[in-house]
Design a protein around this ligand. Structure first.
Ligand SMILES: NC(=O)c1ccc[n+]([C@@H]2O[C@H](COP(=O)([O-])OP(=O)(O)OC[C@H]3O[C@@H](n4cnc5c(N)ncnc54)[C@H](OP(=O)(O)O)[C@@H]3O)[C@@H](O)[C@H]2O)c1
Length: 336
C-alpha cells in the first residue's frame, strides 16, 4: 500500500474557478493485480479543457464529459513506473497517461504509453511535442495556408497559439498575434510575429486588425472566441478561413454566451469556419513531429513553459490560464 494525493472536484464551477471548487485528498493505493502498474507522476499538463469539464454539463450535449463531483480530475501526465506486474512495463520506465491531477496511481498497463524522448525535455511531450503542438499543426493545416497570406492568431503567447505563430511564420505567412500585456507581446515579437496586438491595451480588436492589416486577413486561428472572433469575421477577406480551436474567453461565462453577431458577413465574403478537434488528428503525429524536429534544428521553433510546483499548486495553475499569468505551456511539476 502506498499513499498518494489527488485533486478532486469538490463542487461544479460556475464562473471563475476558486479554491472552493477543489479538494486535495489523500488516498491509499491498492496492491498491484496481474497486468497492473504503479506510476509516480512527474509532470501534469494544465489545460483550458479542464475548466470546461468542471462545469455541470447536464442538458448540454458536450463532446467531452464533465468531471464527477467527489471524483479526481484527470488530464495528460508523464510519470515513472515504480512497480510493475505488466509484461509491457519495467520499473524506471517513463510513461504517459491520462491520469494527471494525482501524485501516483495504479492502472492497467493498457492505460499507459511508454515514452522515449531523447534530446528533448520529457515534459515537452505534454506541450509542443505532444497534443498541444499537434493541435496547432492540424488546425493550421486545416486552414490550407499559403505563403504570403495573412493569419491572425488569438492567445498567441499561449501553448497552442505560440506554436501556430511559428509554424505559420515558417510557412511564409504574415502573422498577427494577440496577447494580454506588454511582456507577452514582446515574447511574440521574439518568436517572429510580425504584428503583436495587446488586446488588453487595445480592446477594439477590429480597429487594431485594420491598423496592422488594412487589406484584411486570410486566416483566423481562434483560441478565444468572443469579441476577437467577431473582429476576425469583420476583418476577413473574401474566402477567408476561420479555424475554431477553443473559446477560452467564454469558458468562465455563467451562461452560454451568444455567438458572433456578425456571421452574416461571412456569406458575402464566402468565408469558411471550421472546428478542429485534435483527437481526430492523432494519425498526423508522426508527420508533425518530423516538421517540429526540422524547425527546431533550423532555429525556427522555440517554446516557453510556466511551471507550478507540487500537487497543491494545480488549482492555482488552472486559474493562471484565465488570469493571464501563464506564458506558453502551463505545467505542474510533481516530482524529480
Ligand atoms: N480543439 C482542440 O482539439 C483543442 C486542443 C487543445 C486546446 N484547445 C483550445 O485551444 C485554446 C488554447 O489552448 P492552450 O492550451 O494553448 O491554452 P492557452 O492559450 O495557453 O490558454 C491560456 C491563455 O488564454 C488567454 N486568455 C485567458 N482568458 C482570456 C480572455 N478572456 N480573452 C483572451 N485571451 C484569454 C491567456 O493569455 P493572455 O494573457 O494573452 O490573455 C492565457 O494565458 C483553448 O481554448 C483550448 O481550449 C483545443
Amino acid at each position: 500500500m502506498k499513499a498518494s494525493r489527488e485533486v478532486r472536484l469538490k463542487k461544479y464551477a460556475k464562473g471563475s474557478v476558486s479554491a472552493d471548487n477543489f479538494e486535495i485528498a489523500q488516498v491509499d493505493l491498492p496492491d498491484l493485480a496481474d497486468g497492473e502498474v504503479l506510476v509516480r507522476n512527474i509532470w501534469m499538463s494544465v489545460d483550458p479543457a479542464t475548466r470546461i469539464r468542471m462545469a455541470d454539463m447536464s442538458g448540454f450535449d458536450s463532446p467531452i464529459p464533465a468531471f464527477t463531483v467527489g471524483a479526481p480530475l484527470d488530464g495528460g501526465a508523464i510519470g515513472e513506473v515504480v512497480k510493475s506486474r505488466s509484461p509491457d512495463f519495467d520499473t524506471g520506465d517513463t510513461v504517459q497517461s491520462w491520469l494527471g491531477w494525482r501524485e501516483a496511481f495504479v492502472a492497467p498497463g493498457a492505460a499507459l504509453q511508454k515514452i522515449n524522448a531523447p534530446g528533448i525535455p520529457v515534459q515537452s511531450l505534454l506541450g509542443p511535442a505532444g497534443v498541444t503542438g499537434l493541435t496547432a499543426y492540424a488546425g493550421l493545416k486545416t486552414a490550407l495556408p499559403k505563403a504570403g497570406e495573412t493569419i491572425f492568431v488569438s492567445s498567441a503567447a499561449g501553448a497552442v497559439g505560440s506554436i501556430v505563430c511559428q509554424l505559420a511564420k515558417a510557412g511564409g505567412l504574415i502573422v498577427i498575434g494577440s496577447a494580454g500585456g506588454a511582456e507577452k507581446c514582446a515574447y511574440l515579437r521574439e518568436i517572429g510575429v510580425d504584428h503583436a496586438i495587446d488586446y488588453k491595451a487595445e480592446p477594439d480588436m477590429l480597429a487594431a486588425l485594420r491598423r496592422v492589416a488594412p487589406e484584411g486577413i486570410d486566416i483566423y486561428f481562434d483560441n478565444v472566441a468572443g469579441a476577437q472572433l467577431e473582429a476576425a469575421i469583420a476583418a476577413g477577406r473574401d474566402n477567408a478561413r476561420i479555424i475554431l480551436c477553443g473559446s477560452v474567453s467564454t469558458v468562465n461565462d455563467e451562461a452560454p454566451s451568444p455567438g458572433p453577431r456578425n456571421l452574416i458577413l461571412m456569406i458575402g465574403k464566402q468565408m469558411r469556419m471550421e472546428g478542429v478537434t485534435v483527437f481526430h488528428h492523432f494519425h498526423e503525429m508522426p508527420e508533425f513531429l518530423q516538421e517540429l524536429q526540422r524547425l527546431v534544428a533550423a532555429g525556427k521553433m522555440t517554446w516557453r513553459e510556466t511551471v507550478f510546483e507540487g500537487i497543491e499548486s494545480a488549482p492555482e495553475a488552472l486559474a493562471a490560464l484565465f488570469d493571464g499569468s501563464a506564458l506558453g505551456k502551463a505545467l505542474v511539476k510533481l516530482g524529480a
